[in-house]
Design a protein. Structure first.
Lengths: 351, 313
């Protein structure tokens, strides 16, 4: 039963459909990951297995709309789960200077949440992303509108409203929220010296669930790239997020997280990045009501080999330290591996 | 320093927008500078053409930079080289622009490669194990004046669609452009006569990537092939040794590469083979010696001749 969607996708992606003259483009991406103990205390599973396989279909629907459909099978707590991933209709031809999409999609918020996981420059989600958006990202059904301001510089505003029955990546129906998930992103771009460019964006999201707990996220995402001779020579990617969880009549919990990833390419195929990753519950208190200092700090050097844009091999050493003032520190050390590949059509990349 | 550049960029963009608006000119965005130059030549006073690229980039690998999206959103016509050259970024830029007129189904969309007779079009089945093969043929036609003249037909059509009142002007300018390209082709052909004579029926030139194929075909220059074994795939040490040895034994005298080809690989090839490597631009550039199309053609021709003469000494 769980593979029903993938069987359907397999039928749709048969060669007859793949040659369809209507502009239908089909691609499949496979993401394999491994995690191995680097010391005896590590909780790594010591195995290499598929994390996700995804089939993506895109096509113009008519003169106004395009369609996007993706199915994914992935491992969750040791079990294979198949599901409809994204399914939306979109248009850049309906309203001038605007993009609109309706359906189920990853929310157009932040940096990593807007990218499919096989496009990430790292293997495992930074702690702040996992804590605030889930391992993969926040996915929901709704409508999203983006507007490009008529200015002599890039300024794009994105507004979205989604059902909000669930948040993050859930497999249940959830419950009707008191306030649906609503979000906004304002992004701008500027040139940097030596053929570089940077995009910076402010983000906001809020939702009040069925139990009247309000989640509010504010964040900043930043991406800078320097491309020389067609090679992405330097990449700097960063996000910083603050979350407030306010239960009905209760005390708010405040959490702050951030990561920064500088990456350098030795040549067109080999690059080295270092992810520095931080998360802290700012409002954590002990039984006496005193604030307790706490943090998780991760450092993840990651070596990437790309034979082409369609295949990637990665190896990373993940070292993270959990510190809490009233407890002993703990350290997690693991070796991570990743192999991803894409077959068939591959859509053009965003910045 | 950064703020000065940003300020200059903003002022430049703003001035371009205002000047086109004030003069009621058609704003045309092209991907490559050579295409912008060609469209400006045809459009004349009725058009303001501007390229997204500066001319020094590898046109295969470009990011869908947000500022490109903004420029495309403001354009009335968008001209791309086509033949899948810009497939990695232009679909994303066009879609994000929210500009219905320049989408592939819109009147302002102009795919110049449609009018070009392509070289190196694969005849059998292709797949990615063969490298970065372009199913529609080699997209680097803009280095050939006669192919650029063929491509100009699409620009004439697009300008006439969005500005029918000046269609006669664009038609006439297109004809004039073709004549000028014929003249330029004759001039460069004559300039390269010593190179052709030195060939004696055998290729004395090798390319890194087959991006000069149209230039070479235009002027009757034979190519030994490419240093790359598969297009878009950096050659292995084994391939360099093999192709370096065979090119040397075949009497190849010049290796031609672009500024964005891997310099260490070209240097290694030169060490292995003893063949002089010539690095030249593939597009008009905003500064330096090749700020016009004629200058670019002459620059490449002169670089080849110079390398041949140096080899003869």
């Amino acid at each position: 039963m769980q593979f029903r969607w993938l069987m359907m996708a397999g039928f749709i992606s048969s060669p007859v459909w793949a040659q369809d003259p209507s502009g239908l483009k089909i691609s499949a991406s496979v993401d394999l990951v491994g995690s191995y103990k680097a010391d005896q205390k590590s909780t790594a599973e010591d195995k290499f297995a598929p994390r996700e396989a995804e089939i993506i279909l895109t096509a113009p629907i008519d003169a106004t709309f395009d369609g996007m459909l993706s199915f994914a099978a992935h491992q969750e707590e040791g079990e294979a789960v198949s599901e409809l991933h994204e399914a939306y209709i979109r248009s850049s031809r309906l309203i001038p200077r605007s993009n609109i999409r309706a359906g189920q999609f990853f929310l157009g918020l932040g940096r990593l949440n807007r990218l499919h996981r096989h496009e990430w420059p790292i293997i495992v989600a930074p702690k702040v992303h996992e804590a605030f958006f889930g391992e993969e990202g926040a996915l929901d059904s709704g409508i999203e509108y983006s507007y490009l301001a008529p200015l002599p510089f890039f300024l794009e505003t994105t507004l979205g409203v989604t059902n909000g029955f669930t948040y993050g990546h859930a497999h249940d129906e959830g419950e009707k929220p008191k306030k649906p998930t609503h979000y906004a992103r304002i992004a701008t771009y500027f040139d940097l010296p030596a053929q570089g460019g940077a995009q910076i964006a402010l983000n906001y999201l809020s939702r009040t669930d069925a139990e009247s707990t309000t989640t509010t996220l504010t964040g900043l995402d930043f991406t800078a790239k320097w491309r020389e001779a067609g090679v992405l020579q330097y990449l700097v990617q960063s996000e910083i997020w603050h979350r407030t969880l306010t239960p009905d009549g209760g005390t708010s919990e405040e959490t702050l997280g951030a990561y920064v990833l500088p990456q350098y390419a030795f040549d067109a195929q080999l690059s080295l990045g270092i992810l520095i990753d931080y998360l802290s519950v700012l409002s954590l208190k002990d039984a006496a009501g005193n604030t307790v200092d706490n943090s998780i700090l991760g450092v993840v050097p990651t070596l990437t080999y790309k034979a082409s844009e369609f295949s990637t091999l990665r190896v990373a050493y993940n070292h993270s330290q959990t510190q809490r003032e009233d407890q002993a520190d703990s350290t997690e050390k693991r070796l991570e591996l990743q192999a991803t590949f894409i077959m068939g059509a591959h859509p053009a990349h965003d910045f | 320093m950064i703020s000065k550049k940003i300020l200059l960029g903003l002022v430049g963009s703003f001035w371009w927008s205002v000047s086109a608006w004030a003069a009621d000119r058609i704003k045309v965005i092209t991907t490559l500078p050579d295409l912008a130059w060609m469209v400006q030549e045809i459009g004349g006073e009725f058009v303001d053409a501007k390229a997204l690229l500066r001319g020094s980039e590898n046109p295969h690998f470009v990011d869908a930079v947000p500022d490109f999206i903004r420029q495309v959103a403001d354009a009335k016509v968008v001209c791309i080289a086509g033949l899948d050259l810009e497939v990695g970024y232009m679909p994303a830029i066009l879609a994000k622009s929210g500009n219905a007129a320049v989408q592939p189904s819109g009147p302002g969309y102009c795919e110049l490669g449609r009018s070009v007779t392509p070289l190196d079009k694969p005849t059998g089945p292709i797949n990615r194990s063969m490298g970065d093969v372009h199913p529609m043929g080699n997209p680097h036609y803009f280095l050939s004046p006669s192919r650029l003249a063929e491509a100009s037909q699409e620009a004439v059509k697009a300008l006439s669609r969005v500005d029918p009142t000046h269609a006669a002007h664009y038609e006439k300018a297109g004809t004039t452009f073709k004549s000028r390209m014929e003249g330029l082709s004759q001039e460069i052909k004559a300039r390269l006569e010593p190179f052709r004579a030195a060939q004696k029926g055998q290729p004395i030139l090798i390319e890194y990537h087959k991006e000069y194929a149209y230039f070479l075909a235009e002027y009757g220059i034979l190519s030994f092939g490419s240093i790359e074994e598969k297009p878009g795939v950096p050659p292995s040490a084994g391939r360099l040794a093999e192709i370096g040895g065979s090119a040397k034994n075949a009497g190849v005298k010049v290796a031609l590469g672009a500024e964005y080809n891997p310099s260490k690989t070209l240097q290694r090839f030169q060490e292995i083979s003893g063949i002089t490597t010539v690095i030249v631009p593939t597009m008009i550039q905003s500064k330096g010696p090749v700020t016009s199309y004629a200058a670019l053609q002459k620059h490449i021709a002169d670089a080849l001749l110079h390398a041949l003469q140096a080899k003869a000494k």
